[in-house]
Ligand binder design. Structure first.
Ligand SMILES: NC(=O)c1ccc[n+]([C@@H]2O[C@H](COP(=O)([O-])OP(=O)(O)OC[C@H]3O[C@@H](n4cnc5c(N)ncnc54)[C@H](OP(=O)(O)O)[C@@H]3O)[C@@H](O)[C@H]2O)c1
Length: 445
């Protein structure tokens, strides 16, 4: 490959995707070119590009680059050392190009968390077999150097837990609901109008994007095989303004948290990976993280608690991460894609859902009639869930809903087996006292 450190010849880039991030990379390479060449020890130059529409105005000058209609052709070009994939999508053209890059003897840099979460093991194996680099700093938390931070900076530690705010769209929505008292639908529409949410926000608001990033972080943090399929994922769609108000009254904020840890059960270590809206104490370092910001906390046995925080998206921050990967490759750093060679990554069984101890916030919407509260508290008692506090409010007063006959019952449990909450809900399943699905939010320890 043409990516050795000793060379002072330029590192030549074939860039696929000229959207938000792709154009950002070109802008950054053009404006900081001298600084980047100084740090990399050689210039980094785009030689060829590809996107769908050749004539589109992208706000950057691409006239000096060769154009490929078929982006896979970038992988076969003699004047390309590194393919940069900024197209997106877990499969399809991005994956075809990535495989072709390694087959063509190139290294690959990508910002594509969906592709890495689904196919990272295969691609890493291919990269390692050929002695090529596979780097994806921009895939997790945009501009925040958390992949490098955990893979290199914290690599001497046994990490016990990695968790954080991994999706800027959800964080913007939740913190805006907190600030304005508005409900979810209204706030989502506003986020879309302001460009903080996609026209199709499904992957963000249902937690899938955060789950992609969490699976990658778990692999890097714990040296385990990627296991996206077992990320227990719940998004923010069910969170009401009333929940945020209740959480506030109890001393918490609500954040969408991706959390991973390894616990040693009697029959071996198990990997917990879950994405959930959680109650976070107001004095926790993640509580003040607002707007589209991302933040990741990692706890290591020697380093203690690390906090990474910054812009999780946007052209500039994401391009910053992509180009940092290119600088590493220009310096001759092939490394391993994850924190250990693929064959050394441990294969862990997923943790049993509900197998942990914890506190939870529970919210029911119920018919306003005698006996309902007693029915709910009886289910809690029968499932051995101990209630720490309980609030009952008319929905109008609670900031949501319009039905005068509906009330909201919110409670916080004492610490206990999470599975017991599930048992209590099962006892209430089908009850005609409930007017909607109950909401259960873990309280972050
Ligand atoms: N945006 C962010 O802040 C951010 C942050 C972190 C990671 N990422 C990741 O970065 C990647 C790119 O995101 P983005 O926001 O830059 O996306 P984007 O603005 O939608 O740009 C996608 C680019 O890919 C091109 N493209 C799409 N399908 C193609 C095809 N079949 N053949 C050739 N080109 C094709 C598009 O071409 P045309 O322009 O001609 O349509 C466009 O230039 C994604 O994996 C995303 O998850 C983005």
């Amino acid at each position: 490959m043409g990516t050795t450190a000793s060379s002072s010849s330029p590192l030549r880039i074939g860039l696929a995707g000229l959207g938000t991030v792709g154009a950002g990379v070109i802008r950054l390479l053009q404006s900081n070119g001298d600084l980047i060449a100084g740090r990399a020890g050689r210039p980094i130059e785009v030689t060829a590009v590809s996107a769908r529409e050749r004539g589109k105005d992208r706000g950057v000058d691409i006239s000096g680059f060769a154009w490929e209609d078929d982006m896979t052709a970038l992988a076969a070009r003699d004047d390309v050392d590194v393919v940069v994939e900024l197209v997106g999508g877990s499969d399809g053209p991005a994956l075809t190009l990535s495989r072709a890059a390694f087959n063509g003897g190139k290294s690959l840099v990508t910002a594509n968390k969906a592709m890495i979460a689904h196919h990272g093991m295969e691609l890493a194996r291919q990269a390692e077999a050929g002695g090529h680099a596979l780097k994806f700093e921009a895939a997790v938390a945009g501009g925040i150097p958390v992949v490098k931070g955990l893979r290199e900076g914290a690599s001497a530690n046994e990490l016990t837990r990695v968790y954080g705010i991994l999706n800027g769209t959800c964080n913007y929505i939740l913190t805006t609901m907190e600030a304005t008292g508005a409900d979810f639908g209204e706030t989502l529409a506003e986020a879309q109008a302001l460009g903080y949410a996609e026209a199709d926000p499904t992957f963000d608001i249902e937690g899938v994007d955060a789950a992609h990033k969490l699976a990658i972080l778990a692999t890097i943090g714990f040296g385990v095989e990627l296991d996206f399929a077992n990320v227990d994922t719940v998004g923010i769609v069910q969170v009401r303004a009333a929940d945020i108000a209740q959480a506030d009254a109890l001393g918490f904020v609500i954040r969408l948290i991706g959390e991973a840890d390894v616990q040693n059960d009697a029959d071996g270590p198990k990997l917990l990976q879950r994405v959930r809206p959680c109650l976070v104490a107001k004095d926790h370092p993640l509580a003040p993280v607002d707007g589209p910001t991302n933040a990741v906390v990692a706890e290591g046995n020697y380093v203690g608690r690390l906090l990474f925080q910054g812009a999780g998206a946007g052209d500039g921050p994401t391009a910053s991460a992509v180009v940092a990967d290119l600088i590493d490759i220009a310096r001759g750093d092939v490394g391993t894609p994850f924190s250990a060679p693929v064959d050394a990554l441990a294969k862990l069984a997923p943790a049993e859902p509900g197998g942990r101890m914890g506190r939870a916030y529970l919210r029911f919407t119920v018919n306003d009639r005698p006996g309902v509260l007693a029915e709910i508290t009886a289910a809690m008692r029968d499932a051995d869930v101990s209630i720490e506090s309980l609030i009952q409010l008319g929905l109008q007063k609670a900031g949501g809903g319009s039905d005068d006959n509906e009330v909201l019952v919110a409670m916080v449990t004492h610490e206990g087996p999470e599975a017991n909450v599930g048992k209590a809900l099962a006892l209430l399943d089908g009850s005609d006292s409930l007017t909607g699905e109950p909401l259960v939010l873990p309280i972050m320890a």
